[in-house]
Design a protein around this ligand. Structure first.
Ligand code: NAP
Length: 434
């Protein structure tokens, strides 16, 4: 509660800070984070296991949100217009929503923190930031950078806890809190929405995913395989945007599967700090066992492992990169979020069939599509029920773009011009000119 007290106390002064100065603090934090990329990447690898090269990429990605929103801080605009009858003026202004609670997961511990905190700070909000219990250190390092770059006391308050629910529920039911932004599982997101209902909090929900990866018969197969490696293996598959299932036209499914199996089979597995390692451990034993269970279910229903298919028998939570062919309908990993380095391949015969299969999920975060036919690309993009689509590329994340989902993947957008709007309210003044 002390964290919320501090955020509430610091609120009015931070909201009144000149936008340029808010932006300059964020800009200095961007530069500091980039200068410390190697140290912060090592911290991240030691804390949650991803290979150093991936940790470095995440630090750069995380820092980009600080740079982007340092630029957005000075572009918060209102409107002026004559009322339709001509006898009045309509003025609008945009103001910070107020104290926010930001809850982040462990899989991208730095980027999920900056993706929420940077727009909140740019908008003039103060905040309480709660990292996942597996990765508090990255968030604490981020908060220390903000402090060093001149952020006033009380504007950002980090709370670490091994009892998430008991820690956040009193905050969510406190009428002084005005907004919750959550990234994590759909299940916890639903629970938090219930708790936030009493205070009618503004909400942003970045939840789970089950991304389809579509390869049409006219795709450049080399590019599709490289895109698949990226979409599947970023963060070892522990990403909400990870390609969960590969729907490939029957004319190229065999070729695609073999090539993908060859690429994934050659990936070097090991501790994130070892040179040349491309795949680290999963986050914990529970996650490794869940991946093993999903693969076993697929094999029991007739799927063929083209590479991998087992946990690695060394200490740690390693699982082999796996490609499964001949996956049948009803297999659990087609509908559940895998969160591991497993690629099930299913073939389709027509565009209609591909779209129907892609959309047959409760989730709607991201999708990927490889085709060289522009008209098809537009047609399929319009039909896909997701918030984001990678067209002939295996990655969608970009600080300058609106990131977010639909259906059970949540609502709200982070990044882009939309990102700061999540932390602003619109106030309208009716001006009498009679
Ligand atoms: P999670 O269990 O939902 O946890 C996420 C965060 O919520 C953690 O900080 C966690 O704290 C906290 N939390 C858990 N139970 C809570 C409760 N009862 N009350 C308040 N806070 C609670 O998710 P996860 O398994 O760590 O993360 C993976 C999930 O995040 C996946 O489903 C993935 O798709 C999703 N994700 C989505 C996006 C996106 O942008 N859409 C991005 C990344 C990840 P503790 O660590 O203390 O439990």
């Amino acid at each position: 509660m002390a964290a919320l007290d501090a955020a509430v106390a610091a609120g009015p002064a931070w909201a009144a800070y000149p936008p340029r100065e808010r932006g300059e603090i964020l800009r200095r934090a961007f530069e500091t984070m980039i200068q410390r990329t190697d140290d912060l990447a090592l911290l991240m690898t030691l804390e949650m296991g991803k290979p150093l090269a991936e940790s470095r990429s995440e630090i750069v990605y995380a820092a980009e949100f600080l740079r982007w929103f340092s630029e957005e801080a000075v572009r918060i605009e209102g409107r002026y217009m004559t009322s339709p009858l001509g006898n009045g003026r309509i003025l609008t202004m945009r103001q910070p929503v107020g104290p926010c609670l930001l809850i982040t997961p462990w899989n991208f511990p730095m980027a999920m923190a900056t993706r929420k905190a940077a727009p909140a700070l740019a908008a003039g909000c103060t905040l309480v930031l709660k990292p996942a219990q597996q990765t508090p250190l990255c968030t604490l390092a981020f908060a220390a950078i903000l402090e060093e770059c001149g952020l006033p006391a009380g504007v950002v308050n980090v709370i670490t806890s091994s009892q998430a629910g008991a820690t956040t529920e009193p905050l969510l039911t406190d009428q002084r809190l005005r907004k919750l932004s959550f990234t994590g599982s759909t299940e916890v997101g639903r629970l938090l929405m219930g708790q936030a209902a009493g205070g009618l909090l503004r909400l942003s929900m970045e939840l789970g995913g089950n991304a389809p990866f579509l390869v049409f018969e006219d795709a450049d197969l080399d590019a599709a395989v490289e895109g698949a490696v990226l979409a599947k293996m970023r963060n070892g598959g522990e990403a909400c945007t990870a390609a969960n299932r590969f729907h490939v036209h029957e004319a190229v499914a065999g070729d695609f599967s073999q090539r993908l199996a060859k690429r994934l089979g050659a990936i070097k597995i090991g501790r994130g700090t070892e040179p040349g390692v491309e795949l680290g451990p999963l986050i914990d034993a529970k996650q490794r066992d869940k991946v093993a269970e999903l693969v076993q279910d697929a094999i029991d229903r007739g799927a063929q492992p083209l590479t991998g298919g087992r946990a690695v028998q060394t200490p740690g939570y390693f699982y082999e990169p796996t490609v499964l062919g001949q996956v049948s309908e009803g297999t659990r990993l087609l509908t559940e979020e895998i969160f591991g380095p497993v690629a099930p391949v299913i073939s389709f015969a027509s565009e209609q069939q591909a779209i129907a299969a892609a959309n047959s999920t409760q989730y709607g975060l991201s999708a990927y599509m490889f085709t060289s036919d522009l008209k098809r690309a537009i047609r399929v993009a319009e039909a896909l029920e997701t918030g984001m689509i990678g067209l002939n590329q295996g990655i969608v994340s970009n600080a300058a773009a609106p990131f977010g989902g639909i259906k059970q993947s949540g609502f709200g957008r982070e990044g882009g011009h939309e990102g700061i709007a999540e932390y602003l309210e619109t106030k309208y003044i009716a001006v009498n000119m009679d």
